[in-house]
Design a protein. Structure first.
Length: 660
C-alpha cells in the first residue's frame, strides 16, 4: 500500500457474498485536503485496497458533475434530476439509455467482489462531460476535486431512515444473512461499508458555502421537490419555464421513477437476488421512499440508540437535524406561552414563510387535568405569535356559540346546521348572507399572511349572539371559555379522511406544492398547521360530559344527520317539528350545501386559485364528503402508518375514531 493511506484488516460479523471482508482505511497524505479537521478512517471492502491510490489520483475535469451521498440517501433520484437538468431535459435519451450508463458508479468495481470490471478506469475513459456517482467518504475521493472544483452535489438523509433502507439493500443486493440487530449495531459503531455515516454528511456540510458544492437533503426533496428544482437549475446555470419544471417534477416523482426501467434498477436487483439465492422474494430498489418510515421497523430501543448516537456525532457541529437530524429551534417565553420558531427546513407548506410552535404556560382556568392532559404545543404560522395573547384574553359571552374542529372535519356543515337551529331556521337570512359572515373564523387573520384583517377584533365587535368558528387547539382558545361556559360544539373526523381532504385543501387554498406523501409525513409528525391532529380531538373528548360541550363526529352526521338533529336542537334549547327537521336535513345535505352560494365558498376558491397561479384548475371546497374515501387516495403503507399513529396517540383513552 502507498504512503497515502494506512489500511488495517478488521474482523466483522457483517460479511456477505457481495463483500467478504472489510478494511479500515485512513488518509495520511493531506495534500489538497479541503477541511481543517483530521480525516476519519473509513470502512470499505478489502478489495478497495487495490484501488484506493487509483481513485485518489483520478483525473478530474472542470466539466465533471459529481453526485456524492452515503448509501440510501436518494442517490438515484438525484442522479436522474441532475442529469436531466444538465442535459436540457433530454427525456428521450434518459428513457433510452440506462441511468447507470449516463451517471456511472465510480467505485462499484473497486468494492464489489462479484464485479470484475475496473470501473475506475472505465469512468476515466468516459466521454466528457461526465456524470459520476460515489458513496466514498470525502477523504477517499480524488484529490483533484478540491483543486479543479467541478460541480459536486451532496445529499444527506436522516440516519434512522438510512439504517432501515440500507439494511434491506444489504440483505437483498449484497446477500447479507445476519440479524437486523447486528447490522444496526454495526451502523452505530461505524463498522458498515462506507461508514462513518454521520461524519460522511458532516464533511460535506463543512463545504456547503463553497461555490461548486450544492448540499441538499432527502427530506427537503421529498417535502417539495418542485421547489428544490430552481435551486438546482441555478447551481447549473440553467433556466427552464414553469411548465418545464412542472413536467420535470412529475418525471421525478417516486411513482414515475419506480416504474421507469431506466431508473428502477430492476435488472440489477433480479441478478443480485438470483446470485444471493433470494429468487421469489419481493424487493424493489426503490422500496418506499418515505420520510420517517424507521418508526415502522426500528424498535423504540434502537430509535433511542440512534438518537443518542446522532447527538454525540453532532456535538461540535452547527449542522442540526432540521429535516435530517434535529430541528433548529429558537424559543421565546412569555408569561402565558412558550413560542418556538421552527426553521423552514423542517416543514414548508408554502403558506407562510415561517412557522412556530406555541405552548401554553399559564394554566389559569385550564379545564383539563394537567397531570393527565398537559397542554401540548400547537404548530401554527409565525404570524400568530402577535395574536396569541389577544386570543387568550378574548372576551367570551354566555350567549356565544363556538364551533371547534381540526380542519376538514365537517366544520362548514356544522356551522350552517348550528346557525340555522339557533336562529329559528331563518333560511332567508342564511341564503342572503354568506356563512363566513354569520359564523366568523376567529383566528383566520392571525394565521394567514395574505389576509390583513384582524379577525379577532372583528369577532369581538360582532353583534350578539355571536357564532364563532375556530381550529385552535384547546389550550390556545380564550381562557374565559372555561369560566363563562358558552355552548361549544366540537366535531371529530377519522384522521385518514382528514389527511386526504386537508392535502387537497392545502394544495389549492394555501398553495402547497409538495408531494402527497410528504404532506402525510408532516401530519404524522404533527408539522402541519393546527397540529397535533389527534390530541386536538382527545382534549375535547375529555370535556364531552360538560353540560356546555356537545361532542359530535363527522361519521355520525354522515350516517344519520336527520337522527342527530334533535340532539343538537336539545343542546341549543330549540324545538322544531318533524317536518321542519326533515326540511333542515334536506337543506344540509351534501348536494344542497355544495350548490348553495352562501356555503360552498366558490368566491374564496376562485380568489385562492388566482393568487396561487392555479386558474383553470378544478377544485370545490365541499369536495366529496365521503366516509372512507381515503382508501381511494392513500397508499397502503400510509394507511398502516396512520393506523399505527392513531393507536399510539389514543392509547390510554376510551375514545375511538369512527370509520363507518
Amino acid at each position: 500500500m502507498s504512503d497515502s493511506f494506512t489500511v488495517v484488516d478488521i474482523d466483522t460479523d457483517l460479511s456477505c457474498p457481495g463483500a467478504g471482508s472489510f478494511v479500515k482505511i485512513q488518509l495520511n497524505d493531506l495534500t489538497d485536503y479541503p477541511l481543517a479537521s483530521t480525516p476519519s478512517p473509513a470502512i470499505v471492502p478489502a478489495k478497495f485496497r487495490n484501488y484506493a491510490q487509483q481513485v485518489r489520483d483520478f483525473q478530474v475535469y472542470e466539466d465533471d458533475v459529481w453526485i456524492v451521498t452515503y448509501p440510501k440517501c436518494g442517490t438515484t433520484w438525484t442522479q436522474e434530476m441532475v442529469w436531466l437538468i444538465d442535459h436540457d431535459l433530454d427525456y428521450e435519451t434518459a428513457r433510452n439509455v440506462n441511468l447507470n450508463t449516463r451517471s456511472v458508479f465510480l467505485e462499484i468495481g473497486a468494492i464489489a467482489d462479484r464485479i470484475p470490471v475496473d470501473t475506475v478506469t472505465a469512468t476515466a475513459n468516459l466521454k466528457r462531460p461526465r456524470h459520476i456517482k460515489s458513496h466514498l467518504p470525502l477523504a477517499l475521493l480524488p484529490k483533484q476535486l478540491w483543486t479543479v472544483k467541478p460541480k459536486i452535489i451532496y445529499v444527506a438523509r436522516n440516519p434512522k431512515d438510512v439504517a432501515v433502507s440500507y439494511l434491506h439493500h444489504y440483505q437483498m443486493i449484497m446477500g447479507y444473512r445476519g440479524s437486523k440487530e447486528a447490522f444496526l449495531n454495526g451502523l452505530l459503531e461505524d463498522r458498515v461499508m462506507f461508514c462513518p455515516q454521520v461524519k460522511h454528511a458532516l464533511d460535506f456540510w463543512a463545504l456547503k458555502g463553497v461555490p461548486n458544492v450544492l448540499f441538499l437533503t432527502y427530506e427537503s426533496m421529498k417535502r417539495d421537490l418542485r421547489n428544490v428544482l430552481p435551486k438546482v437549475c441555478d447551481f447549473f446555470g440553467k433556466t427552464y419555464t414553469e411548465n418545464q419544471l412542472d413536467e420535470l417534477a412529475v418525471h421525478l416523482s417516486f411513482d414515475e421513477m419506480k416504474k421507469n426501467p431506466s431508473t428502477n434498477n430492476d435488472q440489477m436487483v433480479r441478478s443480485a437476488m438470483k446470485m444471493n439465492g433470494r429468487e421469489g422474494e419481493q424487493f424493489e430498489f426503490m422500496r418506499k421512499g418515505i420520510v420517517g418510515d424507521f418508526r415502522n421497523e426500528l424498535s423504540p430501543e434502537y430509535i433511542e440508540k440512534f438518537d443518542q448516537f446522532i447527538e454525540q456525532q453532532l456535538a461540535d457541529s452547527d449542522f442540526k437535524r432540521s429535516a435530517v437530524v434535529t430541528q433548529r429551534l429558537q424559543a421565546m417565553t412569555t408569561s402565558s406561552f412558550t413560542i418556538t420558531d421552527v426553521t423552514k427546513d423542517s416543514v414548508d407548506l408554502n403558506w407562510n414563510s415561517q412557522n412556530i410552535r406555541v405552548q401554553l404556560n399559564d394554566l389559569t382556568d385550564y379545564p383539563l387535568d394537567v397531570t393527565r392532559n398537559p397542554p401540548g404545543p400547537m404548530f401554527v404560522s409565525a404570524k400568530y405569535r402577535n395574536y396569541a395573547q389577544q386570543m387568550r384574553d378574548f372576551q367570551v359571552y354566555e350567549d356565544d356559540v363556538w364551533i371547534v374542529t381540526f380542519p376538514k372535519s365537517g366544520t362548514t356543515w356544522t356551522e350552517e346546521m348550528v346557525w340555522l337551529i339557533n336562529h329559528d331556521l331563518d333560511y332567508k337570512t342564511a341564503r342572503e348572507i354568506k356563512l363566513n359572515a354569520r359564523s366568523i373564523f376567529i383566528e383566520f387573520g392571525a394565521i394567514a399572511d395574505r389576509y390583513p384583517v384582524n379577525t379577532i377584533d372583528v369577532a369581538s365587535n360582532l353583534q350578539r349572539p355571536r357564532q364563532i368558528k375556530s381550529h385552535l387547539l384547546l389550550p390556545l382558545l380564550p381562557h374565559q371559555l372555561w369560566t363563562v361556559k358558552p355552548r361549544i360544539i366540537y366535531v371529530a373526523r377519522n384522521p385518514k379522511d382528514v389527511a386526504v381532504s386537508y392535502f387537497h385543501h392545502c394544495q389549492v387554498l394555501v398553495d402547497y406544492r409538495g408531494e402527497k406523501e410528504a404532506f402525510f409525513d408532516d401530519l404524522l409528525n404533527d408539522r402541519v398547521i393546527f397540529c397535533p391532529m389527534i390530541q386536538h380531538v382527545l382534549n375535547f373528548w375529555s370535556l364531552k360530559d360538560e353540560p356546555n360541550v356537545l361532542f359530535l363526529t363527522y361519521e355520525s352526521m354522515k350516517r344519520d344527520l336527520r337522527g342527530l338533529l334533535p340532539r343538537v336542537c336539545q343542546f341549543l334549547n330549540k324545538s322544531y317539528t318533524d317536518i321542519q327537521l326533515d326540511e333542515l336535513a334536506a337543506h344540509l345535505s351534501f348536494n344542497e350545501m355544495k350548490k348553495n352560494p352562501a356555503t360552498n365558498k366558490e368566491e374564496t376558491i376562485r380568489n385562492a386559485l388566482k393568487s396561487n397561479n392555479r386558474e383553470g384548475q378544478h377544485f370545490e371546497f365541499l369536495r366529496k364528503g365521503i366516509v372512507g374515501d381515503y382508501r381511494n387516495e392513500m397508499p397502503e403503507e400510509y394507511i398502516k402508518r396512520f393506523d399505527q399513529f392513531e393507536a399510539e396517540q389514543t392509547a390510554g383513552s376510551d375514545f375511538k375514531f369512527e370509520y363507518e
